[in-house]
Design a protein around this ligand. Sequence first.
Ligand code: PLP
Length: 385
Amino acid sequence: MNIIMEFRDLKKQYQILKTELDSVMQEVAASGGYIMGNAVAELEQQLSDYVGVKYCMTCANGTDALTLALKTLGIGKGDAVFVPDFTFFSSAEVVALEGATPVFVDVNPSTFNIDLNSLKAAIEQVCNDSKLRAKAVIAVDLFGLPADYPQITAIARQHGLFIIEDGAQGFGGRIGDRKSCSFGDISTTSFFPAKPLGCYGDGGAVFTNNEEWAETIRSLRVHGKGHNKYDNIRIGLNSRLDTIQAAILQVKLNTFKEHEFDAVNHVAAQYTRLINNALGDAITTPNIPEGHMSSWAQYTLQLTDASQRSELQSHMKEAGIPTMVYYPTPMSMQTAFKGLHIFVDTPNARQLSQCVLSLPMHPYLTDKDIQMIVDALVANIKTGK
Ligand SMILES: *Cc1c(COP(=O)(O)O)cnc(C)c1O
């Protein structure tokens, strides 16, 4: 049988926003201001207002956003940066690219985010018996849920660590009335098409309340420019957001604020209610801690093991429903990190990589779609009962 729905339906979103999107894309094309046109500064203002942070600097992608953060904080050779073992590759890749050392930390299986006890243990290990300087923690808002920043901040302050929030999947998420991308000393996000707020290509942004760092990031993203464009005062990157992507994001940010964030939360609530009613303890639905809100970059279930998962995944595919495994391999087991010193064991990351399965998730899933997905799940899961 053919796949009858998209895992994340970007074409449906385009159909709904087509008139507005086509018009702003044509405006940029006609304006000639393809690089650093007006839409870029306008978008940066709208993003910083929404997130509640003083400065927003857009850039070419979410990976560069992390690199800009690390360079700004002066992180490099001899520095240890604590990174969750269960995340997208970028979160750790950027650390190694700057010549610093990623120290992998286990995650909490109930939130998928960095585990506080494992973080404390890893910091202690690095401080007591290594030649590395403990410098920063990159906390990731995995699948849209902000990490436990009140606690992470307390731990980081105690050890003089910078906090970088990797909000690539977290944009729109909240703790109380504070939003994702406001929790780090420097926070970052990605506008890759499938992220909660996506453009039509690559894009990213960096957020901070620190004026000096904001100035450094603006310089670094344009080859380390000084006040005079041809006087380069540091080694930087070519990492600007295209004007056309900024114009697209202005339209999409409005819909995100007015409709999409609520819509994905409705989808998630429906999934959780229907799945828990039908399957109870036989499957683990996502847990959102009190006072937190997720932007649902993914809706991720935990199954018993890898064989139950692969069997279910192929039955779902036969029923026309796409599912994905984010992520099948912990960072510490990636080929590129072979030989890297392991400071703390990460059993939860290993276990999750074997049992997680993400269902279709986007703001334009209908109640009928959701019911069909849950019916297929219930019909095909082998619970051993
Ligand atoms: C997508 C992602 C990134 C990288 O963003 P790009 O725009 O693809 O470079 C970084 N961290 C996490 C957690 C991500 O999901």
